[in-house]
Design a protein around this ligand. Structure first.
Ligand code: CO
Ligand code: CO
Length: 328
């Protein structure tokens, strides 16, 4: 479903509030934060996705990386997870379920968290996700709503995953590109989180289902700032360009593009392919970091030292309406 449709339904419900709930759903942040004591807050997130690749083990790895990512995006340390699984036990062998869960388990081990249990139900279409809990000092929460004018925007994974996984389902993409996309999706945002904590940033979110523009817009509108993006600085998986040209694009990416149309100011040279790719739904993307200008070099160095991509893709500018200007 589109971001707008979801916002409309959620907007009709009362917002959950409690004195200890220090980050709720109002700012579309990545996870909820509940203060336990003066020095400790609990961070919680839930994700559930349908398969994006054929190999069940790889899918498990991707689900693990994606589910845990929201905890990293809040600046928190993940500690525990619970599995949620929908599985068609009448049509798929149970060994497939075992492979999916083994992937999730391996990713959890890499993140140094424990999977403490889970819940499985029978369903026609498989779905897998995790509820992940993290811990953070209440004053060290990294929000998406605190970007400041003059900040540099740093992205830690390339875009194009939605287009590539759609092409995979249609059998229209090379194995090399599929492997590359799986590698990107299955990579934990742990090293990026460590670099972020080492240097300190003003705001962070992860780039997932709503695409770069959707998640950046959550940041700009909740921070009451605007942004300027430079297309040629934005890393995009090579083969994604040709696929976008052929319009092998997930429906979600078109919906994303449509939902940001009123807040994005496109340079006249911008092609439709570029627009699609900047809105492309990312199953398990990187962190989008908003860092003050004086710390940008240090952040890039801290990321590169950990072998994490560090693309400076633009900056935060003054604009109370949260608009995003995209230049070539
Ligand atoms: Co997120
Ligand atoms: Co999420």
């Amino acid at each position: 479903m589109s971001r707008e449709d979801l916002a409309q339904v959620l907007g009709q419900l009362p917002v959950g509030s409690h004195p200890n709930l220090i980050v709720g759903s109002e700012t579309y942040d990545d996870a909820a934060v509940y203060k336990l004591t003066k020095e400790l807050a609990m961070v919680q997130t839930v994700d559930l996705i349908t398969p994006v690749v054929d190999d069940p083990y790889s899918w498990g790895l991707i689900v693990g990386a994606n589910s845990i990512s929201d905890i990293y995006a809040m600046g928190a340390r993940p500690v525990m997870a619970l599995n949620i699984i929908c599985f068609p036990s009448k049509t798929l062998p149970m060994s497939v379920l075992g492979e999916i869960l083994r992937g999730g388990m391996d990713k959890a081990t890499e993140a140094e968290i424990v999977i403490a249990g889970g819940h499985t139900i029978d369903d026609k279409e498989p779905k897998y996700g995790m509820i992940v809990t993290g811990l953070v000092h209440p004053e060290k929460v990294v929000r998406n709503s605190t970007a400041r004018v003059g900040d540099r925007l740093i992205l830690t994974k390339p875009l194009g995953i939605g287009v590539i996984t759609t092409a995979l389902k249609a059998g229209k993409v090379s194995q090399k590109t599929v492997d590359e996309a799986v590698e990107v999706m299955a990579t934990l945002n742990k090293a990026a989180w460590e670099a972020m904590l080492e240097v300190g940033v003003n705001a962070c979110t992860d780039v997932t289902g709503f695409g770069l523009l959707g998640h950046l817009n959550e940041m700009t509108s909740s921070s009451k700032v605007g942004a300027r993006l430079i297309l040629k600085e934005i890393p995009i998986l090579e083969e994604a360009w040709a696929l976008a040209e052929e319009r092998i694009v997930p429906g979600g990416s078109f919906a994303n593009l449509n939902s940001v149309k009123s807040i994005v100011l496109w340079h006249p040279q911008m092609t439709d392919e570029a627009k699609i790719l900047l809105a492309d739904a990312q199953t398990s993307g990187g962190l989008l970091l908003s860092v003050e200008e004086g710390k940008a070099r240090a952040l890039k160095d801290a990321l590169l030292k950990r072998k994490v991509m560090a693309a400076e893709i633009g900056e935060i500018v003054e604009d109370s309406e949260g608009r995003i200007r995209v230049e070539p």
